[in-house]
Write a protein that binds this ligand. Structure first.
Ligand SMILES: Cc1ncc(COP(=O)(O)OP(=O)(O)O)c(N)n1
Ligand SMILES: Cc1ncsc1CCOP(=O)(O)O
Length: 547
């Protein structure tokens, strides 16, 4: 028994799986390379070997890990742990009960437990677990998880809330690979407590690699950067990184919106839009009118190839004709760190829409979610508003600022709630914007065009960041830039252009308004925008504002 409990770094936890080695690759050589690449903890997991061989493999594994000062845990088997004197064990829900394992192993052994729900996590804490493995997050070929609930990052976040303040750390496991790692780390931040993962547990991405050193280095870099970025937050309740250069006063905000308008016109960012066939033409014209360039590709292969070149992506599922393209485009945008705006048109109206939204959000992380009261209400699971087709029914939320702030925290995304007043939040600050004109409500697609312009100005917010800052912690953020400003700029540009268009003497009704709106998007200047913008900044309570 060890004389004191070792301090464990869970950042990159390798779970072994000799059956997954590439043909011809030696297990011990692979292990050593992965340690060189930055693995911080190793679990020896042998499902097919007898006890003698398990002990032999575990002993040699420990000898190698000792040289790198990396602790070793044993999967399930207390006898193997005792035979080789490892740091501890990892047990599942149907293995040796935790209280008995603790009794047998003593207080200083590390005992980790698999959990898949907040209730499992609370029980593990009460019974003295040192850490938990949360999963399976996604499908995996390394274990039969066909009878298990796949948690996705949202489910991981719920477990992390249950662990908050207990001192018990957590890793996620199951189907984790470089393309979804950023998404997992950010989207699993617990909605209430902001508790986050201490690391990730990996089998195939490392063991199955021909170059495990590189595979480990890549994963470790992302985890380290994420963890550093959580330490630099300006408040424990903050969602995004410290944003010293992000304006949050009215004057600074409007100056930034003006800057973003100039960036769009000077840089013509390519705005990839998977949108519905009712509005596709108007959306493309609105994009062109503000100075950006639209591309409306939907084919899965096409969108993958396009992703490195785009400024931002809009996924509007008004007619859901190309779900595969939406899946691939969103995932690739995450991989390429491009803003993704999700417009879940009429999400509450049918079960197919609800399921599709869930599926998409389990596949990639949106930067911004934009919707009317019914759509935001459906995502927030609020009973306050109902849906009729794509329109919302009723007067809206009694406290819209709270709805957008809470949903932004839960989803780790900017939320844009459109209506008579628009509310935009990053989970901390809420901005209420009160421009617009009632004619926007009588042309089809004005909400979808708002999504298009939010996407366009999020592309500009990213460009602004890249041009004006040392890319801070390049790996730590899914998207770089102040996306609250991007989202607000998109909303202000269309609502103010609508006011100017509606005031024109040649506008007689919806038909002439629609054409005039495109003209006024084209003519709008930063000066007119600053002059007409009606915004109110509502800071979070911990920054001295109302809550
Ligand atoms: C870190 C970590 N988390 C979860 C598991 C899964 O353990 P278990 O549920 O016992 O399943 P098997 O690994 O025994 O198949 C794990 N091994 N490691
Ligand atoms: C052991 C285990 N428990 C839940 S998922 C899983 C397998 C994880 O393997 P991979 O990292 O290859 O998805």
């Amino acid at each position: 028994m060890s004389s004191s409990k070792p301090k464990i770094d869970y950042s990159l936890y390798l779970v072994t799986g000799r059956e997954l080695l590439p043909p011809g690759k030696d297990y011990y050589e692979s292990l050593e390379e992965s340690l060189q690449g930055g693995v911080t903890l190793v679990q020896v997991r042998e499902k097919l070997t007898d006890t003698g061989e398990f002990i032999d493999v575990a002993r040699r594994t420990k000898e190698i890990c000792d040289r790198y000062k990396v602790p070793v845990l044993i999967n399930d088997r207390i006898d193997v742990h005792l035979a080789i004197g490892s740091a501890g064990i990892h047990i599942g829900q149907s293995d040796c009960p935790l209280p008995l394992a603790r009794q047998l192993l003593g207080p200083n052994a590390i005992i980790g437990v698999s959990v898949s729900s907040p209730a499992d996590a609370k029980r593990a804490v009460a019974q003295g677990a040192d850490y938990v493995g949360i999963g399976p997050v996604w499908p995996t070929g390394s274990k039969d998880v066909s009878k298990k609930v796949l948690l996705s990052p949202e489910g991981v976040g719920a477990v992390l809330d249950a662990l908050a303040g207990t001192g018990v750390e957590a890793v996620a496991i199951g189907g984790i690979h470089p393309p979804n790692l950023q998404y997992l780390l950010h989207a699993s931040i617990a909605p209430n407590s902001r508790n986050h993962l201490a690391g990730i547990a990996i089998i195939s991405d490392i063991v199955g690699s021909r170059i495990p050193k590189e595979a480990s280095e890549g994963l470790r870099k992302v985890v380290d950067s994420f963890k550093r970025s959580r330490e630099t937050l300006d408040h424990p309740q903050a969602i995004f990184c410290a944003k010293a250069q992000s304006p949050r006063d009215t004057e600074g905000i409007l100056a930034r919106v003006g800057d973003l308008m100039r960036i769009v016109r000077n840089n013509t960012p390519l705005i990839h839009q998977i949108t519905n066939n009712v509005v596709i033409n108007d959306s493309a014209n609105a994009t062109l009118a503000v100075g950006a360039s639209p591309i409306m590709a939907t084919n899965a292969r096409d969108v993958k190839d396009l992703s490195p070149a785009i400024g931002a992506l809009l996924v509007n599922f008004g007619t859901i004709t190309d779900k595969e393209g939406m899946m691939v485009a969103g995932r690739e945008a995450n991989v390429n760190r491009k803003p993704v705006v999700f417009d879940p048109v009429a999400v509450g109206a049918t079960s197919y829409r609800r399921e599709t939204s869930k599926e998409l959000l389990a596949h990639w992380q949106p930067t911004v979610i934009k919707g009317n009261a019914a759509e935001i209400g459906a995502l927030a699971q609020s009973a306050e508003v109902a849906t009729r087709g794509v329109d919302s029914v009723g007067s809206g939320f009694s406290d819209p600022a709270k709805v957008v702030r809470d949903l932004a925290r839960r989803r780790a995304a900017i939320i844009v709630l459109t209506g008579e007043h628009d509310y935009i939040s990053d989970g901390e600050t809420v901005i209420k914007a009160s421009n617009g004109h009632k004619l926007l409500g009588v042309i089809t697609g004005s909400g979808c065009m708002t999504g298009t312009l939010v996407t366009t100005f999020c592309a500009a917010a990213r460009l602004y960041h890249l041009a004006n800052h040392d890319p801070f912690e390049e790996e730590s953020q899914l998207v770089q830039g102040d996306m609250l400003m991007g989202a607000l700029a998109g909303v202000l540009v269309i609502t103010i252009a609508a006011e100017v268009a509606a005031a024109r003497s040649d506008v007689k009704g919806p038909g002439t308004f629609r054409a005039a709106l495109i003209d006024e998007l084209y003519n709008l200047t930063p000066d007119v925008l600053v002059e007409r913008a009606k915004i109110e900044v509502i800071s979070p309570a911990w920054k001295g504002g109302a809550d």
